[in-house]
Design a binder for this molecule. Structure first.
Ligand code: GLN
Length: 200
């Protein structure tokens, strides 16, 4: 199994480590590759889009020709885990808590409505407990960093967990979106859930 992680910015290393742990837990042989250009996507069985700044990730991906390639592959079923900025990249509908709607390059395939920087400036970063029992993970401490909120899902998208009534993880077929950073958590549940989708 070959897992690609987009490596422009954000927590590539942490995602790679967490993926490695999850592979070990599931006893799956796997390889992790950094994805920057379209050719890096060639043989991947699953892709992780990490956090960072969604505007920057989108613009760089577009410049390097990766964005269209990603859209096509994810649309054809490539298993995808988008965390924080990665969740924003996946969303069909995006606005910003402060500036409202502003166009930015997105993958835009998932039936979710997302508000960027939902938790505001004062609390750019916080820890909270989310219930991951829906994916077999139980309660887990996770980190939110200038996090977005998933305020709506439709179609086949399922809300997996919420924090104070705001969705923090959603799944639609081959796509998983989390507004928190599962790579910065002691639980590997989200990565294991993703790898199980890749394995199918
Ligand atoms: N606030 C960032 C954005 O809007 C996301 C933050 C993150 O990925 N940690 O893109």
């Amino acid at each position: 199994m070959r897992i690609g992680i987009i490596a422009y910015q954000g927590s590539f290393e942490e995602h790679a480590l967490q993926t490695k742990r999850a592979l070990d837990n599931l006893k799956i042989q796997g390889e992790i590759v950094a994805v920057k250009k379209p050719k890096d996507l060639q043989d991947v069985d699953g892709i992780i889009i990490p956090g960072g700044e969604s505007t920057t990730i989108g613009i760089v991906a577009q410049k390097l020709g990766l964005l269209d390639e990603l859209k096509e592959k994810i649309n054809s079923g490539l298993p995808t885990l988008g965390t924080c900025a990665g969740a924003i990249m996946l969303a069909k509908d995006v606005s910003d808590a402060k500036v409202g709607k502003k166009s930015q390059p997105l993958i835009g395939l998932m039936d979710i409505s997302v508000i960027r920087n939902y938790y505001g400036r004062q609390r750019e970063s916080f820890e909270a407990t989310v219930d991951l029992s829906e994916i077999g993970g139980g309660k887990a401490r996770v980190v939110f960093i200038r996090a977005p909120a998933i305020i709506k899902t439709w179609g086949d998208t399922k809300a997996i967990t919420k924090l104070n009534d705001v969705i923090t993880m959603a799944v639609e077929n081959n796509m998983i979106a989390t507004t928190f950073h599962p790579e910065l958590s002691s639980t590997t549940a989200v990565h294991e859930f993703f790898l199980k989708i890749v394995k199918k």
